[in-house]
Structure formats: C-alpha cells, structure tokens
Ligand binder design. Sequence first.
Ligand code: 13P
Ligand code: ZN
Ligand code: NA
Length: 283
Amino acid sequence: NLKNTKELILDAQKSGYAVPAFNIHNLETIQTVLETCEKLKSPVILAATPSTVDYANKEYLIAIMRQAMGKLTIPFAFHLDHFENVGDIKAIIAEGCRSAMIDASKYPLDKNIAIVKDVVEFAHACGATVEAELGKLGGQEDNINVDEKDAFLTNPDEAVEFVERTGIDTLAVAIGTAHGLYKKEPKLDFDRLAKIHQVIDIPLVLHGASGVPFEAVQEAIRLGICKVNIATELKIPFSAAIKDYFTKHPDASDPRKYLIPAKEAMAEVVEEKVKMCKSVQRG
Ligand code: 13P
Ligand code: ZN
Ligand code: NA
C-alpha cells in the first residue's frame, strides 16, 4: 500500500533535516519530482490539492503512485494538501491514500479541533497520518485566497491544546510565510517557532516556502520544521520553459517534445529545494 508520512517525517525530525513536499499536477510533474529525488536519494512527499485531484482523477493519481513504488528505492508519500472537505479526504483514504492535511484553519479553535479530530479518528483507523494548521497563512493556494490582514500567526499555547485534543501527527504553523511569491522578502518569526518547538513534540510543517530565502528555511529546520511545502517556485519555471519553447518553435505540437524543457527546468528547482531541505542521501 501507499506510505503514510510517519516514518519519513520522524526520521527527518530525529536527524535534523526536512522532507520536501512538492505540489504536483500531472504525469510530468510527478515524474520530475520522483526522478529527481530518486537521483538525489531524497525522501519526498508529493502533494495534491483538491483542484489537482479534480483535474487528474484520484484513481489515476493513486495508480501512478503505486506503480512508482515498485520502481523506486526512495521512500515517498502521496499527500492531500489543504483539503477542507472531510468527506473527500475519507473517500480518497478509502481509495488507498495514506496522508492528508485537513485545513480547517479558517474556523475558530473549537470548530477547527472538532473537524480535525473527526479526520484523525478515521485516518488513524486506516493507517493514514494527518496534518492540520493552526494560525492562518496569507496568500493564495488552490481556491483558497487569504488577504494579508486576515492572516494570523500560530499561538504556542493554543498549539499545545490543538495537538493534544486532535491527536494530529504533524502541525502546520503560521510564522510569517505566505502562499505564492512575496512582494518584499518575508520576515519569519523565529522566536515564535522556537517557542512552539519547545512546547510541542510532534514534527512541524512550513507552508509557503516559495520565495523564502534558503538560509531562513534552514534556520526554520533547525528550529523544528520537518516538512517544507513548495508549489509556486516549481510551477513558474515549468510554464516559462513551455512559453519559451513555443516562442522558438511556434508550430510545435508534440507534447513529448515541448514538455521536455519544462521538466528539465522544474527538475533544477526540485534539486535546489532538496538541497535546501538537507534531505539528500536520506532516502
Ligand atoms: P508556495 O506556493 O509558497 O511554495 O506554498 C506551497 C504550499 O504551502 C503548499 O501547501
Ligand atoms: Zn500550503
Ligand atoms: Na510562498
């Protein structure tokens, strides 16, 4: 069966690196992530948002992941990212997925806890692991758009209560990152992260890593981040390479040709981000 994220992330926590989690959208982006991580011997998480699952089909995605397990030596997990619908998560776990984020972070604490707890009980009974978020990141991810003024940072005391009452496996923290790129360089609240790390023993997750400087991500890893989510910085070079290809070859029509430079451009960024996570040779 497909892997949950427990072993991957606990090894990262024990050894002081982070497992990179890359958002994938189609066969080509899955191939690029898996082939690059296999080459670097890095464990990896392939993340799919609700729109990706709608676009690519859950059975197809799971079938690709199952086939890949037989071909690769690295540990990897297929993970549902920013799912807000509990029924959808349960249905995809029933199909064989073993890792999910339930994002109820827009609700007040008690409602967030109630929704997350429901998912945790179902998921754990199936051997699946669950990530949830406390606090709220700014920016746009999938169809969720959060204005900067509505974003708020994770409260360490609430986080203790949240982890205890939900039974989650990993906690996504809001410490100043945002989804997408930044207008000016983000300032991460490392003191807050250190405080959360002091009072919480489950692995912590950093969302919105695109646009965050290398050193800042590595400092966050030293302060307890064990999973780093990256989406936007992979989509941009993939698309830019396609645009460039069609500028040079306006009559091109063969996806097996015009997608090759896209995969190569994306692979370079995957490699950089794996190195940033210090997960090379950990798989
Ligand atoms: P970025 O697009 O900023 O990398 O955020 C990715 C993310 O958090 C996916 O859940
Ligand atoms: Zn995210
Ligand atoms: Na970002």
